[in-house]
Design a protein. Structure first.
Length: 262
């Protein structure tokens, strides 16, 4: 597809649409309109509990504690929030095509459900992505080969406890030479991977500065589970050259400089 296709799709993002309307209605420059949008969005999230991300849906999935082999009619279901569509999907589609974008969505949906205490079945993913079951099975096989096991209900008995996809991507970076190869292999956008690495670098800096695990979690604003996984990676790879290179390539000076007074 040509470049104009992706530009048109990016303009259909809800955030871009609102910023355009603010700029038009109040005669503001795009930069000022974007600044006002961020302030107003923050107020709505705080006072009206508006979801932070567009493209999300609520879905009923099977609780991950339910053992394999139990009839679906007897399984407990919990409600999870899943990101069905993300603006970053366009970047993945642009570089890798529709299959790469679909596989990125499979990985994201399965990981988000797992992080919320649930497991999607292959049938769930087929339904969510409007793809055939055979297509989903092939995609899962390719993902397993390049990225590792995807936490679906059919796979969970083989993988046991599963680390988050963010942790897996950071570990791949710490053990993989080429960053762009990691982008292709992980089915994530470059922006997403850079975001994960910046957060991990912040965690590493705080750990090396001898902050406690609870302090690190609060400063970084991440979940206890992800914080623990990242700290395990720091301890495992802290002496490697690739780990040390993070502080030059993906440092986040503004965040990492923040220290809590003891």
């Amino acid at each position: 597809m040509d470049e104009s296709y992706y530009k048109r799709q990016e303009l259909k993002d809800p955030e871009s649409a609102v910023i355009f309307e603010i700029s038009k209605r109040f005669n503001l420059t795009p930069i000022l309109a974007q600044a006002y949008f961020k302030e107003i969005k923050g107020l709505f999230e705080e006072h009206f509990h508006v979801p932070k991300e567009s493209g999300t849906i609520r879905f009923e999935a099977i609780r991950k504690e339910d053992p394999p082999g139990r009839k679906l009619s007897e399984c407990h279901r919990i409600s999870v929030i899943l990101t069905l569509d993300s603006i970053e999907d366009l970047e993945i589609q642009k570089k890798g095509g529709l299959r790469a974008m679909r596989q990125a969505r499979i990985l994201r949906l399965a990981s988000e459900a797992y992080e919320q205490g649930a497991l999607l079945t292959q049938e769930d993913i087929s339904r969510l992505l409007s793809s055939s079951l055979n297509t989903i099975k092939r995609d899962l096989a390719e993902l397993r080969k390049d990225f590792g096991m995807v936490p679906t209900r059919g796979n969970i008995k083989d993988i046991g406890p599963c680390v988050s996809h963010k942790t897996r991507i950071v570990e791949l970076y710490l053990t993989t030479v080429d960053f762009h190869y990691l982008v292709r292999r992980s089915r994530h956008s470059q922006k997403a991977i850079e975001r994960y690495l910046k957060t991990f670098t912040q965690i590493a800096r705080l750990f090396l500065a001898e902050h406690t695990e609870e302090e690190i979690r609060l400063i970084a604003g991440i979940s206890p589970r992800l914080c623990k996984e990242y700290l395990e990676l720091v301890k495992r790879y802290r002496d490697s050259e690739r780990f040390k290179s993070l502080f030059d390539n993906f440092s986040n000076k503004k965040k990492s400089s923040s220290r809590r007074k003891r």
